[in-house]
Design a protein around this ligand. Structure first.
Ligand code: C5J
Length: 227
């Protein structure tokens, strides 16, 4: 185990491919103007700060050939996996499935639904399309991670209190040891991010731990690279 300084106490990261880097919903639809996030009235520029920390972690995970899991919040073209309770809620400028400047919002295969170019998945990395906020709901992900022997998950991505927190809670209930990377996650609402960080570590890490990307990178730098 590799000890990582974290809140509320050190996190033991499992080496040898047992710890997956999870990258939640780094999609144009959330990060760029004209997408789903913007249609809800959010300032999408707030999420940009996550890109470099995630890219730095990705480089290290790839160099070690450790597993990487991407998620995309997305729906079938016929919207059969998007309940009306989700699609019709509120009064956004555009709803899920409607045509925006990057294609139909949150629909499989549309430009806006894709991962931003600078974090694009590589061959062999798991890319999960999820119709819900949590990455285990209706995706078969738990079974795939079990086949790989993954026991630990390091969480990054957006948005902290919605898809990241939901996924982390689902993972915790399935027995994974979960670490959230503070500077590699962001919310459209800074106070919600702060509240999420506080909630997950309360009561002795009731959902998991959090730390910074720099601490993870420094800790992993001490470990020899695979030959
Ligand atoms: C939202 C997400 N915020 N990826 N999705 O609707 O957090």
């Amino acid at each position: 185990m590799i000890e990582i300084a974290a809140t509320p106490f050190p996190y033991s990261l499992a080496p040898n491919g047992k710890t997956a880097l999870v990258i939640i919903d780094m999609q144009r639809d959330f990060i760029e103007p004209g997408g789903f996030g913007a249609s809800l009235g959010n300032d999408v520029t707030l999420l940009q700060s996550t890109v470099n920390p995630i890219a730095n972690l990705l480089r290290v995970w790839r160099a070690r050939r450790w597993p990487v899991v991407y998620t995309r919040e997305s729906h079938r073209a016929d919207l059969s996996d998007c309940p009306p309770s989700k699609r019709l809620r509120g009064s956004p400028a555009l709803r899920i499935g409607e045509l925006g400047p990057m294609g139909r919002l949150l629909i499989h295969g549309e430009v806006g639904t894709g991962i931003i170019d600078c974090l694009a998945p590589q061959a062999g990395e798991l890319v999960i399309d999820k119709p819900g906020k949590g990455m285990f709901y209706a995706t078969g992900l738990h079974e795939k991670l079990q086949v790989e022997g993954v026991t630990h998950l390091v969480f990054t991505g957006v948005t902290t209190e919605v898809c990241v927190q939901t996924s982390m809670r689902e993972a915790n209930d399935r027995g994974y040891h979960c670490l959230l990377v503070e500077d590699a996650t962001q919310s459209y609402f800074p106070t919600f991010k702060a509240a999420t960080l506080a909630m997950i570590v309360a009561q002795g890490a009731i959902v998991g731990w959090h730390t910074s990307s720099e601490i993870i990178l420094t800790s992993l730098a001490r470990l020899p690279l695979p030959v």
